[in-house]
Design a protein around this ligand. Structure first.
Ligand SMILES: [Zn+2]
Length: 291
C-alpha cells in the first residue's frame, strides 16, 4: 500500500510538474505568437510607409510633372485632364500615313535650321477633342510644317518624330543642342470653357525677336485660313520659350473647344494652310541675306 501511495504521490507530483511545464510552455508560445503578430504588424506598417514614400518621390519626379506643358498654364483644368492622365495610352494610333519614324530630320542647311516642337505625345494627349487628341493634330501640323520649311531650304529638327513623350525641359534642351538652330516653333491647339472662343494665338516670352516672329506667324495664319487673329500673348511662365537659346514661340493654331474650328483643325487641307502660313512667316523672319 505504502509503495502504492508513494507511487501515486510521485505520480501526482509528476503530473503536477507536467501540468506546470505545459502551462509554462503554453504561455511561452502565446508570448511568441504575440511578438510575431506585433512584428508582422510593424512590418506591414513599415512596408506601407516605404511604399508611400516611394510613391511620393515618383509623383514628384515623374514625367507627369513635366507634362504640364505651356498651354496648361493658361487653360482651364477641364482641358488638362489628359495632361495628368497616366493611362499611358501609347497605343493610340496616328493616322495611317503617320507611321512611326516617318518624319525625316535634315541637318542645318545654308539657310539654317528650324526646330519644330510638336506638342504633347505618348501618355500626354493634350486636349481631348471629340474627334482627335491634340497630340495627333499637333504632330500632323508639325509634319506638314517640316515639309514646307524643307521646301524653303531650311534644315529641320523635330523634338519628337513619333507618338512618344518628351519632357518640357528636354524639348528646350534638344533645341539648344542643334547647331545652327535659328528658331523654335512649338505647335499646339487651344481650348476654352467658352465654346464660342476661336482663332489663332501665338504665345511667347517678352523679347523683341520672339514677339516679331510670333506676330508674323499669327498674321500669316489668320490671313491664310481666315481664322480670327488673336495676336501675340506674352507670358512669363513658358518653359520652352524661356529655356530656348533662340527665338521661340508656341503657336496655338485654333480652339478644339470650338466645334467648327475643331473640325477645321482636323482637316488635312486646313492643316496644310496653317503649315504654309507658318513657313511663310519663318521665311520672312529669317533675314534675306542668309538666303
Ligand atoms: Zn497643347
Amino acid at each position: 500500500m505504502g509503495t502504492r501511495t508513494y507511487k501515486s504521490d510521485e505520480f501526482d507530483r509528476f503530473s503536477e510538474r507536467e501540468a506546470r511545464r505545459r502551462e509554462w510552455y503554453r504561455r511561452e508560445m502565446m508570448k511568441k505568437r504575440k511578438a510575431l503578430a506585433i512584428l508582422c504588424g510593424m512590418g506591414i506598417i513599415a512596408i506601407a510607409v516605404i511604399a508611400l514614400a516611394v510613391w511620393g518621390l515618383v509623383a514628384i519626379f515623374s514625367p507627369a510633372d513635366t507634362a504640364k506643358t505651356e498651354d496648361s498654364l493658361s487653360k482651364t483644368p477641364s482641358n488638362e485632364i489628359s495632361l495628368v492622365d497616366n493611362s499611358t495610352d501609347d497605343t493610340v494610333a496616328f493616322g495611317s500615313d503617320e507611321k512611326k519614324g516617318s518624319v525625316i530630320n535634315t541637318p542645318a542647311s545654308e539657310r539654317g535650321l528650324i526646330v519644330i516642337d510638336p506638342g504633347h505625345g505618348g501618355y500626354d494627349s493634350g486636349i481631348v477633342s471629340s474627334q482627335k487628341y491634340e497630340k495627333e493634330i499637333d504632330f500632323e501640323v508639325a509634319k506638314l510644317l517640316s515639309e514646307k520649311l524643307k521646301d524653303k531650304g531650311f534644315g529641320v529638327y523635330m523634338t519628337r518624330t513619333d507618338d512618344s513623350f518628351v519632357g518640357i525641359n528636354e524639348r528646350a534642351l534638344l533645341a539648344n543642342e542643334q547647331e545652327g538652330a535659328l528658331a523654335l516653333i512649338s505647335i499646339h491647339m487651344n481650348s476654352s470653357d467658352k465654346a464660342s472662343d476661336e482663332g489663332v494665338e501665338v504665345m511667347t516670352t517678352e523679347d523683341d525677336d520672339n514677339t516679331q516672329l510670333a506676330q508674323l506667324i499669327a498674321d500669316e495664319i489668320s490671313d491664310t485660313t481666315g481664322a480670327i487673329n488673336g495676336g501675340v500673348k506674352i507670358r512669363d511662365n513658358l518653359v520652352i520659350c524661356s529655356k530656348a537659346e533662340m527665338p521661340a514661340v508656341i503657336v496655338d493654331c485654333g480652339y478644339l473647344s470650338n466645334k467648327r474650328e475643331a473640325q477645321n483643325l482636323c482637316d488635312p487641307s486646313y492643316q496644310e494652310k496653317i503649315a504654309s502660313a507658318i513657313a511663310a512667316a519663318v521665311d520672312m523672319y529669317i533675314p534675306e541675306k542668309t538666303k
